[in-house]
Design a protein around this ligand. Structure first.
Ligand code: S3P
Length: 169
Protein backbone atom coordinates (compact mmCIF):
# COMPACT_ATOMS: atom_id res chain seq x y z
CA UNK A 1 0.00 0.00 0.00
CA UNK A 2 1.36 3.40 -1.04
CA UNK A 3 -0.54 6.39 0.34
CA UNK A 4 -0.04 9.91 -1.02
CA UNK A 5 -1.37 12.72 1.18
CA UNK A 6 -2.05 15.84 -0.84
CA UNK A 7 -3.46 19.32 -0.25
CA UNK A 8 -2.58 22.97 0.15
CA UNK A 9 0.36 24.16 2.26
CA UNK A 10 -0.69 24.04 5.89
CA UNK A 11 -3.47 21.46 5.50
CA UNK A 12 -1.69 19.02 7.83
CA UNK A 13 -0.18 16.53 5.38
CA UNK A 14 3.01 15.95 7.36
CA UNK A 15 1.39 16.00 10.79
CA UNK A 16 -1.37 13.58 9.86
CA UNK A 17 0.89 11.54 7.59
CA UNK A 18 3.15 10.83 10.54
CA UNK A 19 0.17 9.74 12.63
CA UNK A 20 -1.30 7.59 9.85
CA UNK A 21 2.06 5.88 9.23
CA UNK A 22 2.34 5.08 12.94
CA UNK A 23 -1.12 3.48 13.02
CA UNK A 24 -0.37 1.46 9.89
CA UNK A 25 3.09 0.62 11.13
CA UNK A 26 4.50 1.84 7.86
CA UNK A 27 7.43 4.16 7.11
CA UNK A 28 6.69 7.82 6.44
CA UNK A 29 8.37 10.10 3.89
CA UNK A 30 7.90 13.84 3.65
CA UNK A 31 8.61 14.56 -0.02
CA UNK A 32 10.03 18.05 0.70
CA UNK A 33 12.46 16.61 3.28
CA UNK A 34 13.43 13.86 0.83
CA UNK A 35 14.19 16.47 -1.88
CA UNK A 36 16.19 18.55 0.61
CA UNK A 37 18.28 15.56 1.65
CA UNK A 38 18.97 14.52 -1.95
CA UNK A 39 19.84 18.07 -3.04
CA UNK A 40 21.75 18.96 0.12
CA UNK A 41 19.80 22.24 0.16
CA UNK A 42 16.62 23.57 1.70
CA UNK A 43 13.52 24.08 -0.46
CA UNK A 44 14.01 27.83 0.01
CA UNK A 45 17.59 27.58 -1.30
CA UNK A 46 16.52 25.49 -4.32
CA UNK A 47 13.86 28.08 -5.21
CA UNK A 48 16.16 31.05 -4.82
CA UNK A 49 19.26 29.54 -6.46
CA UNK A 50 17.73 27.41 -9.21
CA UNK A 51 14.16 28.61 -9.54
CA UNK A 52 10.75 27.00 -9.24
CA UNK A 53 10.95 25.20 -12.58
CA UNK A 54 14.02 23.30 -11.43
CA UNK A 55 12.35 22.53 -8.11
CA UNK A 56 9.34 21.03 -9.92
CA UNK A 57 11.65 18.69 -11.86
CA UNK A 58 13.35 17.55 -8.65
CA UNK A 59 9.92 17.11 -7.10
CA UNK A 60 8.74 14.87 -9.94
CA UNK A 61 11.94 12.81 -9.79
CA UNK A 62 11.54 12.38 -6.04
CA UNK A 63 7.92 11.35 -6.51
CA UNK A 64 8.86 8.68 -9.04
CA UNK A 65 11.50 7.36 -6.66
CA UNK A 66 8.71 6.49 -4.23
CA UNK A 67 8.04 3.35 -6.28
CA UNK A 68 11.07 1.93 -4.47
CA UNK A 69 8.75 1.55 -1.46
CA UNK A 70 5.78 -0.81 -1.54
CA UNK A 71 4.35 0.13 1.82
CA UNK A 72 4.69 3.77 2.67
CA UNK A 73 2.86 6.95 3.63
CA UNK A 74 4.06 9.95 1.63
CA UNK A 75 3.26 13.55 2.40
CA UNK A 76 3.55 15.57 -0.82
CA UNK A 77 4.28 19.26 -1.29
CA UNK A 78 1.27 21.50 -1.84
CA UNK A 79 2.11 21.89 -5.52
CA UNK A 80 3.06 18.28 -6.28
CA UNK A 81 -0.31 17.21 -7.78
CA UNK A 82 -0.47 20.33 -9.97
CA UNK A 83 2.57 19.83 -12.21
CA UNK A 84 3.25 17.46 -15.10
CA UNK A 85 1.04 14.36 -14.89
CA UNK A 86 1.86 13.91 -11.19
CA UNK A 87 -1.75 13.55 -10.07
CA UNK A 88 -2.55 10.83 -12.61
CA UNK A 89 0.75 9.16 -11.79
CA UNK A 90 -0.04 9.08 -8.07
CA UNK A 91 -3.50 7.65 -8.73
CA UNK A 92 -1.95 4.92 -10.85
CA UNK A 93 0.74 4.15 -8.30
CA UNK A 94 -1.11 4.35 -5.02
CA UNK A 95 -3.97 5.76 -2.97
CA UNK A 96 -4.38 9.52 -2.93
CA UNK A 97 -5.98 11.37 -0.02
CA UNK A 98 -6.80 15.08 -0.26
CA UNK A 99 -6.89 16.85 3.10
CA UNK A 100 -9.29 19.66 2.39
CA UNK A 101 -9.23 22.88 4.45
CA UNK A 102 -10.85 26.30 4.17
CA UNK A 103 -8.68 29.30 3.20
CA UNK A 104 -9.30 30.82 6.65
CA UNK A 105 -7.87 27.80 8.46
CA UNK A 106 -4.92 27.62 6.09
CA UNK A 107 -4.22 31.31 6.66
CA UNK A 108 -4.13 30.91 10.45
CA UNK A 109 -1.61 28.09 10.16
CA UNK A 110 0.50 29.62 7.40
CA UNK A 111 1.10 32.89 9.23
CA UNK A 112 3.35 30.86 11.52
CA UNK A 113 5.03 28.76 8.81
CA UNK A 114 5.53 31.48 6.17
CA UNK A 115 9.29 31.94 6.37
CA UNK A 116 10.30 28.51 5.10
CA UNK A 117 7.82 28.54 2.24
CA UNK A 118 9.18 30.46 -0.76
CA UNK A 119 5.79 31.05 -2.43
CA UNK A 120 4.37 32.97 0.53
CA UNK A 121 7.33 34.25 2.53
CA UNK A 122 7.09 37.84 1.21
CA UNK A 123 3.32 38.22 1.46
CA UNK A 124 1.94 40.56 4.13
CA UNK A 125 -0.53 39.25 6.67
CA UNK A 126 -3.13 41.95 6.05
CA UNK A 127 -4.59 40.87 2.72
CA UNK A 128 -1.90 39.40 0.53
CA UNK A 129 -1.66 36.03 2.24
CA UNK A 130 -5.40 35.27 2.29
CA UNK A 131 -5.82 36.53 -1.28
CA UNK A 132 -2.98 34.32 -2.45
CA UNK A 133 -4.43 31.29 -0.66
CA UNK A 134 -7.90 31.84 -2.14
CA UNK A 135 -6.74 32.28 -5.72
CA UNK A 136 -4.11 29.52 -5.65
CA UNK A 137 -6.50 27.08 -3.99
CA UNK A 138 -9.11 27.76 -6.67
CA UNK A 139 -6.56 26.95 -9.38
CA UNK A 140 -5.33 23.84 -7.58
CA UNK A 141 -8.69 22.44 -6.53
CA UNK A 142 -9.30 20.68 -9.90
CA UNK A 143 -6.06 18.74 -9.38
CA UNK A 144 -6.64 17.99 -5.69
CA UNK A 145 -10.20 16.87 -6.46
CA UNK A 146 -8.90 13.98 -8.54
CA UNK A 147 -7.82 12.28 -5.29
CA UNK A 148 -9.39 8.86 -4.66
CA UNK A 149 -10.38 10.01 -1.17
CA UNK A 150 -11.34 13.56 -0.22
CA UNK A 151 -11.20 14.19 3.50
CA UNK A 152 -12.92 17.35 4.73
CA UNK A 153 -10.75 18.16 7.71
CA UNK A 154 -13.20 20.69 9.07
CA UNK A 155 -16.52 18.97 8.54
CA UNK A 156 -15.68 15.42 9.55
CA UNK A 157 -17.56 14.92 12.79
CA UNK A 158 -15.63 12.05 14.16
CA UNK A 159 -12.46 12.35 16.15
CA UNK A 160 -10.10 10.55 15.88
CA UNK A 161 -10.11 10.80 12.11
CA UNK A 162 -10.68 7.75 10.02
CA UNK A 163 -8.61 7.85 6.87
CA UNK A 164 -8.83 4.95 4.43
CA UNK A 165 -10.56 2.95 7.12
CA UNK A 166 -7.80 3.53 9.67
CA UNK A 167 -8.38 5.43 12.87
CA UNK A 168 -5.69 8.01 13.47
CA UNK A 169 -5.31 9.83 16.75
C1 S3P B 1 4.73 24.28 -2.26
C2 S3P B 1 4.51 23.70 -1.03
C3 S3P B 1 5.59 23.31 -0.12
C4 S3P B 1 6.89 23.06 -0.90
C5 S3P B 1 7.20 24.23 -1.77
C6 S3P B 1 6.09 24.54 -2.78
C7 S3P B 1 3.56 24.64 -3.11
O1 S3P B 1 5.24 22.13 0.60
O2 S3P B 1 6.79 21.90 -1.66
O3 S3P B 1 7.44 25.34 -0.94
O4 S3P B 1 3.73 24.84 -4.31
O5 S3P B 1 2.43 24.70 -2.55
P1 S3P B 1 4.16 22.12 1.83
O6 S3P B 1 2.80 21.97 1.23
O7 S3P B 1 4.56 20.94 2.62
O8 S3P B 1 4.33 23.40 2.56
Amino acid sequence: MRIFLIGFMGCGKSYNGTRLAKVLNMPFVDLDNYIEEKAGKTIAEIFSEQGEEHFRKLEQQALHQMTAFDNIVISCGGGTPCFFDNMEWMNENGDTVYLKCTPQTLEKRLVKGKAKRPLIKDLDEQNELINFIKSKLEKREPFYSKAKTIFNTESEQYEPWIILGHKIS
